[in-house]
Design a protein around this ligand. Structure first.
Ligand code: NDP
Ligand code: MG
Length: 391
C-alpha cells in the first residue's frame, strides 16, 4: 500500500525537497494534495506532474489555478484553503512546510484528525506547542520532526531510555556573521544576510539563521517536541553543519547524528520512519572532511539565544509573541525598513511589553500573535520615522 501524502507549502524549499524525496520512492508514496500561498503557476506545474486529487492556494487566483491544474484535480482557494485540503482529502501523512504562523491552522487540523504530521513548520510549535502536543496525545497523531536538529535528536533518543537523558545539544552553523563585530552586524544588508554558508533555504529562515533567532525558535521547538525543560537544552556553534545535534545520557555518553547538510535526509526519515531507505543526499566522507569545529555561542553579539531560553522557560503566550514579533521584524529588515540588529532588539522590546498569560488556550495564543504584530509595527515606526527625519 502506498502512503498517501499531502504537502502544505509544496512550492517552498522544504516542499520541493520533499517532492524530490517522493520522486525517488514513487513506489512507496502517492501525492494526494499540494498546497501553497500565492505562487499558483509553480503549484499548477507541480500538480500537472504529480496529479494530486486536490490543490489548495491561500491567496486568490482561483480561475488561473483552475485553468492550469490537470483535469480531475480539485482546486480550493482562499484563506482556509489549506485547512480544507487537510480536512477533505484522506491521507496518511501531512508534511507541514508552510513558513510562519500561517501554517498553524492546517497543521492543527491534521493533528486533530490524528494524522502522521511530518513537521518543518517550527513556528506552529513555537506559537502553539502547548496546544498541539497534548492534542496529538489525545488524537493519536504522530508528530515527526523534519528540522535537521530535531530529526537528529529524535534519532539519538532512540539509543536509550527517556529517563536516562541528561540534556539535548542543538548545533547551530552560526550563520554568515558568526565572526562579525557588533559594528559590522549593524551594517548588514538583506543581500548579505540572505547568503547562508551551509544551507539553501527559504528567505525567512535564512534571515532567522543569520540573527540566530532560528536557534531561539528551535530551543522552543525542542522544548515541545521532546518535553524537555529549557535548562537541559544547550546550543553549540558548529560551522560545518555535519553534526546535526546530540543527546547526552546520564552515563556521559553523547549520541549524535551526522551527515552532509541536505534537508532530503531528515525529510525522508520523517516520511519513512521507522524504516530507512536509500537517499540521494551526498554521503559524508570523514577522510575528505578532515576536521570539525565547535564553539560556545556569543550571547552578547547574538541576543536571540538568551531570548529563546527565557521564552522557553516562561512559556505561556510568550512563544506566540516572540514568533509574531520576529516574523514582522524579519519582514521589515528584508524590505530595508530596519537594521539587522533591530530585529532582535525590537522583538525583545515587544516581549518586555507583553502581559504573559501563563496557561493560554488557542484563542489567547492567536490574540497574543495579533497583539505582537501590531506592537512590533508601532515600535518599528519609531525607527523608520527617526530615519526619515534625519534624511
Ligand atoms: P519557503 O519560503 O521556501 O516556502 C514557504 C512555503 O509556504 C511556500 O510553499 C509558500 O507558498 C507557503 N506559504 C507561505 N505563506 C503561506 C500562507 N499564508 N498560506 C499557505 N502557504 C503559504 O520556506 P522554507 O521551505 O524554507 O520553510 C518552510 C518551513 O520549514 C519554515 O517553517 C522553516 O522554518 C522550516 N524549515 C526550513 C528549512 C529549510 O531548509 N528550508 C530547514 C528547517 C526548517 P508560495 O510559494 O506560494 O509563496
Ligand atoms: Mg534547523
Amino acid at each position: 500500500m502506498k502512503q498517501k501524502v499531502i504537502i502544505l507549502g509544496s512550492t517552498g524549499s522544504i516542499g520541493q525537497n520533499t517532492l524530490q524525496v517522493l520522486a525517488q520512492h514513487a513506489d512507496a508514496f502517492d501525492v494526494v494534495g499540494l498546497g501553497a500561498g500565492t505562487r499558483w503557476k509553480a503549484l499548477a506545474t507541480q500538480a500537472r506532474y504529480w496529479k494530486p486529487q486536490c490543490v489548495a492556494l491561500a491567496n486568490g487566483a482561483h480561475a488561473e489555478l483552475a485553468g492550469a491544474a490537470p483535469a480531475g484535480c480539485r482546486v480550493i482557494t482562499g484563506p482556509d484553503a489549506l485547512t480544507r485540503l487537510v480536512e477533505e482529502t484522506p491521507c496518511d501523512c501531512v508534511v507541514s512546510a508552510i513558513v510562519g504562523a500561517a501554517g498553524l491552522p492546517a497543521t492543527l487540523r491534521a493533528v486533530e484528525l490524528g494524522r502522521k504530521v511530518a513537521i518543518a513548520n517550527k513556528e506552529a510549535l513555537v506559537v502553539a506547542g502547548s496546544v498541539l502536543m497534548p492534542l496529538a496525545r489525545r488524537t493519536g497523531a504522530t508528530i515527526l520532526p523534519i528540522d535537521s536538529e530535531h530529526s537528529a535528536v529524535f534519532q539519538a533518543l532512540q539509543a536509550g531510555r527517556r529517563e536516562d537523558v541528561e540534556r539535548i545539544v542543538l548545533t547551530a552553523s552560526g550563520g554568515p556573521f558568526r565572526t562579525a563585530t557588533p559594528a559590522e552586524l549593524a551594517r548588514v544588508t538583506p543581500a548579505d544576510a540572505l547568503q547562508h554558508p551551509t544551507w539553501d533555504m527559504g528567505p525567512k529562515i535564512t534571515i532567522d539563521s543569520a540573527t540566530m533567532m532560528n536557534k531561539a525558535l528551535e530551543i522552543i521547538e525542542a522544548r515541545w517536541l521532546f518535553d524537555m525543560p529549557h535548562d537541559r537544552i544547550d546550543v553549540v556553534i558548529h560551522p560545518e553543519s555535519i553534526v546535526h545535534s546530540l543527546v547526552e545520557y546520564r552515563d556521559g555518553s553523547v549520541i549524535a547524528q551526522l551527515g552532509t547538510p541536505d534537508m532530503r535526509t531528515p525529510i525522508q526519515y520523517a516520511l519513512t520512519y521507522p524504516q530507512r531507505l536509500p537517499c540521494p543526499a551526498e554521503r559524508l566522507c570523514l577522510h575528505t572532511l578532515g576536521k570539525m569545529t565547535f564553539f560556545a555561542p556569543d550571547a552578547e553579539r547574538f541576543p536571540a539565544l538568551r531570548i529563546g531560553h527565557a521564552v522557553a522557560q516562561r512559556g505561556g503566550t510568550l512563544g506566540a509573541v516572540l514568533n509574531a514579533a520576529n516574523e514582522e521584524a524579519n519582514k521589515l529588515f528584508r524590505s530595508g525598513a530596519i537594521a539587522f540588529t533591530d530585529i532582535a532588539a525590537l522583538t525583545e522590546e515587544v516581549l518586555d511589553q507583553h502581559d504573559c498569560i501563563a496557561e493560554p488556550d488557542l484563542p489567547a495564543l492567536l490574540a497574543a500573535d495579533g497583539w505582537a504584530r501590531q506592537r512590533l509595527a508601532q515600535c518599528a515606526a519609531r525607527i523608520t520615522e527617526h530615519a526619515a527625519r534625519s534624511r
